[in-house]
Design a protein around this ligand. Structure first.
Ligand SMILES: NC(=O)c1ccc[n+]([C@@H]2O[C@H](COP(=O)([O-])OP(=O)(O)OC[C@H]3O[C@@H](n4cnc5c(N)ncnc54)[C@H](OP(=O)(O)O)[C@@H]3O)[C@@H](O)[C@H]2O)c1
Length: 335
């Protein structure tokens, strides 16, 4: 090599050596910090998985809305699964109920079963006119508890899933949940308090869910929204509690609707709702029922995001009824 070039490069090489040494030291320090962070997270995981995860809890009074006469508990998606179980539990706790879903016959059967005050407001929450009518029907009825639960999943490779079904899912899981959350929060702020639970999913706490990508995205929206609003309310010293429920698999009609079968054993709606009510009473913002899924949600934070997404993809593939379903390029119909 030309001597002059070497002479010219010398200061740069020296500089590079120095930068390398500094970088080496920084990397070592960063690795140490990572290891320390990982150790803390693992300790946290073990404590949480043991059932002590009350990190963001405030008031531990054990009651959703305090003592005294109870006003309405409003539940969307009350005709089945998690919503139906909330109706049973809140009715037992003495709340008059307002029950919402599309299947009126199911709501009527539930009202007969409970034998307590139940107002039925059947609505298709994917339809804007039903959503507006529902908000109007709720005017003048004092609400203590709102369980923002109605939702469903669509599975399959993104290229193969039906766009109109996905838009319907976004209308229910995102638009209706967002609108009702905001509307009832306004009402509760004006009326001096209340409790709102947005039913999201542990899916919303993972970076992505290949083969159920749209569903995961809708649930990530609701977890992010709830966390953000909860912090705003905390800073404003609001009397309203908001939280989001993030279950893993729960044995309901969800699977049939989404055309999947769980890769992990599901918990019962009773266990899910019992845990949710206890954590709501402790004002916890993110509620994850089930030890295994709690550990999985916290544990995945230790992994590189790309690896978590690959593992989630493998789990999702196991859940699909027709994993061999081939994406049909060019088959896009939207009306
Ligand atoms: N099961 C699970 O593993 C699981 C896990 C995490 C999160 N979640 C979430 O939990 C929530 C409840 O699901 P689930 O497991 O209880 O399932 P589910 O048994 O299928 O119940 C879904 C409820 O949502 C209602 N709903 C669906 N589309 C609606 C619409 N367009 N308008 C009004 N109501 C509608 C259904 O009532 P109608 O059909 O009568 O309208 C039903 O009452 C959902 O948000 C779901 O994403 C479930």
């Amino acid at each position: 090599m030309d001597k002059r070039i070497l002479q010219r490069a010398e200061p740069y090489l020296k500089n590079l050596k120095f930068t390398g040494r500094v970088l080496g030291r920084s990397m070592k320090k960063a690795a140490g910090l990572c290891a320390q962070g990982a150790e803390n997270i693992i300790k946290d995981t073990i404590t949480r998985a043991a059932g002590n995860d009350q990190s963001d809890s405030g008031d531990n009074s054990g009651s959703l809305t305090g003592e005294g006469r109870k006003n309405y508990a409003v539940i969307t998606g009350a005709s089945s699964g998690i919503g139906l179980e909330f109706a049973r539990r809140l009715s037992l706790e003495g709340y008059p109920l307002i029950l919402i879903a599309r299947r009126r016959d199911r709501l009527e059967a539930l009202r007969r079963e409970l034998g307590t005050e139940c107002l039925l407001l059947p609505a298709d929450l994917a339809r804007r006119e039903d959503l507006i009518r529902l908000c109007e029907d709720l005017v003048g009825r004092r609400i203590d508890v709102f369980i923002n639960n109605a939702g469903f999943g669509v599975s399959g490779p993104f290229m193969a899933s039906e766009v109109s079904r996905e838009v319907g899912m976004i209308d229910v899981n995102v638009t209706a949940q967002h609108v009702l959350f905001k509307y009832i929060l306004h009402r509760m702020e004006a009326e001096g308090g209340g409790a709102i639970l947005n039913v999201a999913s542990s899916a919303g706490l993972f970076p992505a869910g290949p083969y159920m990508s749209g569903y995961y995205a809708t649930k990530a929206y609701m977890t992010s929204l709830t966390r953000g609003v909860a912090e705003e309310l905390r800073q404003a010293k609001s009397p309203v509690y908001v939280g989001c429920l993030c279950p893993g698999p729960v044995n309901t009609e969800f699977n049939d609707v989404a055309n999947v079968s769980f890769a992990l054993p599901g918990i019962s709606p009773e266990e899910c709702v019992d845990y949710a009510l206890r954590m709501m009473a402790r004002r916890q913002t993110v509620i994850i029922p089930g030890r295994e899924i709690r550990a999985a949600v916290i544990g995945q934070r230790l992994l590189p995001t790309a690896l978590t997404v690959r593992i989630t993809a493998a789990q999702q593939k196991k859940k699909m009824s027709a994993p061999e379903q081939k994406p049909a390029a060019g088959a896009f119909h939207f009306e």
